[in-house]
Write a new protein. Sequence first.
Lengths: 134, 135
Amino acid sequence: MAHSTSGRFRTPMSRARGLGASHHGVGHFITDRVSSVALIPLTLWGLFAGLRLASLGFDGASEWVAIPHNTVLLCLLLVVALIHLKGAVQVVIEDYFPNFMTKTVLVLANLFVCVLGGALGVVSILKVAFTGVF
Amino acid sequence: MTDTSGGLPERPLSPHLQVWRWHITMTCSILHRACIMALYVGVLLLAGWALALASGPEAYATYTGLLGSFLGKLVLFGLTVAVLFNIAYAVRQTVWDAGKGFTPKVADMSGACAIAFAVVGAIVVWVIAAQTGAL
């Protein structure tokens, strides 16, 4: 916290202002809860999809991914799971790393990993879906 | 972290893991957090799978070969448990959001059900996998 000389002339109220909740908490909570509810059917479908895909080879898997509802559900599963996990892992980081620098670096790394993973996954799924098996 | 002491003497921290008697609601909470970390790896494995599929047959064969190895199967079984536990936990938390299920008896029971669902469900999924030739 900055302790400038002007701090001596500030009232306790003005010092306290801006240090409280950022009022984004409700948004985080709703994102967490809504994504968690959406993931109930999506992950159940994901288990079914995993069972299906495990018995298919490269050609079979490519054809399976190219079926429109599979393409969409696979992308949704990946994106919604990453949104949910990004928030969840951020909470874990904020709980265990009180040091400001470490915490900031880890929170940013978490965000970058999630966005990169999501982008790579979605583009790959769409590539297979649109260009098909060669 | 923001300094909230406001110049007051240091206050005691809240008691941590080692001073609590283990009980099922606490086990579920810790297990949920562990599952979150496992699923973080799991969802990146899913992205990697998509990338391997988009990269062609050789890359896909290598990737599924890794997933199909003994260690890969162990990881996938663990992820199956984690997915099912999180599904049960999401239902449990949604009930909590409605303001219900907080009495110690019900909270203990729903916790035990979540763990049982995850373990039994994972075994069922893998038995189905074995029977459909997915293993």
